[in-house]
Design a protein. Structure first.
Length: 321
C-alpha cells in the first residue's frame, strides 16, 4: 500500500480531527502517502482532493469539527456518481480509503470497495449518536454527552429556582444513547428514548406524586427520536397542569473541543484503520469493544439492530424515584 485517502462524512463530531491526524501520521510513519478529501463524498466526486503532510494535522488534535469539512451526499447512492469518485482515486493511484462517519457513510464505502478494481475501504465510527453496531463507543459521543450534562446541570439551577418542570430535547437521531447516558448522569427524573415505548400518563403521574411529596422541580430528558420537546410538553399538558419549559439543545451538542476519551478513542481507531489497510483488509469498520480494538465487516454492521443497555435504563428509572 503506497497511497491512501481519508474523508469525513455525515454529521461532524468532536474528535474527527484527532482521527484524521492519527490516520495521517500513522500512514506517513509507515511511508504511505496520504490524501485528504474535502467535503466528504462530494469532494470525492468533485475531485476536491489534496495531499496531506505531517504539518497538515499539526495543532489539530484539540479542535472540534473537521478541517476536511463534512457533507451529506445523497447523490452518492447513484452508481454513475460513484464511478466518477473511483476515477478520481484511481488517477492518483490511491488504493486505500478511510471513511470517518456514521453507517450511512459506511454504505458508500462498501459500494466503492465492490465497484473499484483496486480499492480497500475502512470505516471509522464518527458520530455523536453512538448508534453504530460493532463498537461500544463512537467518536464524539463522550464530548456530546458532557456538553449535555453541563447544560442539564445549568437548567436544573433555574428549574429549581422557579419550581418548574423542564423538558430537554437531545440529539441522537433514532438512538437513545445520548438521552439515556445524560439522563442518568444528570439525575433526570424521566428519560424518554426511542428504544422504550413512552407512557406519558404514567410520567405525568410520577411528576404529580413527586409534587405531592414536596418535590419542587423535575427534569425530563427527551431523545429527539421519540418526539420533539415541544410535543412532549403538549402531551404532558393533557394529563397534568404544571408550569413547563422546553429547552432544545440542538447543534451545541455537536461542537466543542473533544474530551480526553474522544481524543484517545479517535487516535486509537484512526491508527488501527491504517494498520488494517496495510494488512489488506477491506469493507470493514474499526471499533472498540470492552476496551479492545476490533474490526467488523460492513455487512455484519448493517444487519444488526442498534440496542441500548436495558439494565442501565432500568437503573436510571430506579434511581429517579
Ligand atoms: O447524526 C448526528 C446528528 O447530529 C443527529 O443527532 C441529528 O439528528 C442530525 O445529525 C442533525 O443533522 P443536521 O445537522 O444535518 O441537521
Amino acid at each position: 500500500m503506497k497511497k491512501i485517502a481519508v474523508l469525513t462524512s455525515g454529521g461532524d463530531s468532536p474528535g474527527m480531527n484527532a482521527a484524521i491526524r492519527a490516520v495521517v501520521r500513522k500512514a506517513i510513519y509507515h511511508d504511505i502517502e496520504v490524501y485528504g478529501v474535502y467535503q466528504g463524498y462530494l469532494g470525492l466526486i468533485n475531485d476536491n482532493i489534496e495531499k496531506l503532510e505531517l504539518g497538515s494535522v499539526g495543532d489539530m488534535i484539540q479542535r472540534g469539527g473537521t478541517f476536511l469539512y463534512s457533507a451529506r451526499c445523497p447523490e452518492f447512492k447513484e452508481k454513475e456518481v460513484r464511478a466518477k469518485a473511483i476515477e478520481n482515486l484511481e488517477k492518483r493511484g490511491i488504493e486505500g480509503l478511510v471513511v470517518i462517519g456514521g453507517d450511512g457513510s459506511y454504505r458508500g464505502a462498501q459500494r466503492l470497495s465492490e465497484e473499484a478494481k483496486n480499492l480497500q475501504t475502512i470505516g471509522v465510527p464518527g458520530t455523536i449518536d453512538n448508534d453504530i453496531n460493532g463498537t461500544d463507543f463512537t467518536i464524539g459521543f463522550d464530548t456530546a454527552l458532557n456538553t449535555i450534562i453541563e447544560s442539564v446541570d445549568k437548567i436544573r439551577d433555574t428549574a429549581s429556582s422557579h419550581e418548574r418542570t423542564f423538558i430537554i430535547e437531545v440529539m441522537g437521531r433514532d438512538a437513545g444513547d445520548l438521552a439515556l447516558w445524560s439522563g442518568l448522569a444528570a439525575g433526570a427524573e424521566t428519560i424518554l428514548i426511542p428504544e422504550v415505548k413512552a407512557d406519558i400518563e404514567e410520567i405525568a403521574e410520577k411528576i404529580q406524586q413527586g409534587m405531592d411529596r414536596g418535590k419542587k422541580h423535575s427534569i425530563i430528558v427527551c431523545a429527539e427520536g421519540v418526539m420533539s420537546g415541544n410535543q412532549c410538553g403538549e402531551e404532558l399538558k393533557k394529563f397534568i397542569n404544571i408550569d413547563t419549559r422546553v429547552s432544545c439543545l440542538g447543534h451545541i451538542q455537536r461542537g466543542g473541543t473533544p474530551s480526553g476519551m474522544d481524543r484517545v478513542l479517535a487516535s486509537r481507531l484512526g491508527g488501527y484503520a491504517v494498520e488494517l489497510l496495510m494488512q489488506g483488509d477491506s469493507a470493514k469498520a474499526v471499533g472498540i469493544q470492552q476496551n479492545k480494538l476490533t474490526c467488523t465487516h460492513f455487512d455484519e454492521i448493517f444487519q444488526a439492530e442498534h440496542s441500548i443497555d436495558n439494565k442501565m435504563y432500568e437503573l436510571a428509572h430506579q434511581l429517579s424515584i
